[in-house]
Design a protein around this ligand. Structure first.
Ligand code: AMP
Ligand code: MG
Ligand code: MG
Length: 292
């Protein structure tokens, strides 16, 4: 049998945070969203270990402040961005890092993100609007969700076509979420923990996703617009310190039975519940009460 091999010597995990808002009349929409945190964590695939990390805050140009929702979600304040570089400058800093640590040393790397939003939607649309030419390494990437599904695809929980959230992958692997959810650098570290567990299980990162050079995110129906999301679930201020009042969660009802793999019931599930954040260090939301 042919031995499986990782195609690159390193993975560079990126998880952008961007300006955002919620509600019916949002100050930030998908058309005006801008990157405010550009963090990365480097994994040496041979060692199966994190070998470096960086974090750049980025000053947005289309907003003159951050919404309360954005501050609450990301933990980033406007003061932190006052003297921060622009996206163009942050990209140049990243490129210099890549040149020094990979190109000059004859090492190879590929970017890895949790889902397709970071590169295909967020970075591409902002760069396009700001007439920034992106380096070729931004046009192929590993999607952690797809890699995870390659290893767990046979499990009934993932038969729904549903892509797992970072939390779900962490839970499924028996790991603990560390740090603050929606802090880009902490998200990168948690993504890296999932990657390292998959590596330890023998998974190889072989075939990255390709983004066509002429890809236009605004024409992609899979483009996730939080403001227009039909599911209130995505509009919850996850990570906020406040208790949420009554919310309606909508999702797919999934019935698991050991005797059958084909047991998905596609009925919508409405859950009326009251939730609060777990204040013990994490941003886990717990349901105080719920009714279906
Ligand atoms: P994440 O990597 O999950 O921390 O999300 C990246 C970015 O997506 C955030 O910085 C926000 O701009 C946006 N985002 C994430 N969750 C939400 C949400 N519930 N509502 C609105 N925007 C969100
Ligand atoms: Mg993310
Ligand atoms: Mg994040």
């Amino acid at each position: 049998m042919e031995e499986l091999r990782n195609t690159f010597s390193h993975l560079v995990v990126i998880d952008f945070e961007a300006t955002c808002d919620q509600g019916d009349n949002p100050k930030v929409t998908r058309e005006t969203q801008e990157i405010i945190e550009f963090p990365w964590v480097v994994i040496d695939l041979a060692q199966g270990a994190v070998v470096d990390q960086r974090q750049i805050y980025v000053k947005p140009e289309w907003s003159s402040g951050l919404t309360d929702f954005c501050v609450q979600l990301t933990g980033i304040t406007w003061e932190q961005l006052q003297n921060a570089p622009s996206l163009l400058e942050a990209l140049a800093e990243f490129d210099a890092y890549i040149h020094e640590n990979f190109s000059q040393k004859g090492k190879t790397f590929c970017i890895l993100t949790d889902g397709e939003w970071d590169l295909k939607v967020c970075l591409l649309q902002e760069a396009k609007k700001k007439c920034i030419e992106l380096a070729p390494y931004f046009f192929h990437y590993f999607d952690l969700k797809n890699e995870f599904l390659q290893t767990r695809g046979g499990h009934p929980a993932w038969h729904t076509g549903h892509k797992p959230s970072l939390r779900q992958m962490i839970d499924a692997l028996g790991l603990q979420f560390t740090g603050r959810s929606h802090c880009g650098l902490d998200d990168c570290a948690n993504i890296a923990n999932v990657v390292m567990r998959l590596l330890a299980e023998g998974h190889c990162f072989e075939s990255p996703e390709e983004i066509p050079q002429d890809y236009d995110p605004s024409l992609d129906p899979t483009y996730r617009d939080f403001n227009k999301s039909p599911s209130l679930f995505y509009r919850l201020p996850e990570g906020s310190q406040q208790e949420t009042n009554v919310v309606v969660l909508r999702g797919k009802l999934f019935i698991s039975s050991p005797s059958s793999n084909n047991n998905t019931n596609n009925t919508n599930l409405y859950l009326l519940c009251r939730t609060a954040l777990d204040n013990h260090g994490g941003a886990d939301r717990r349901v105080l009460w719920g009714t279906v």
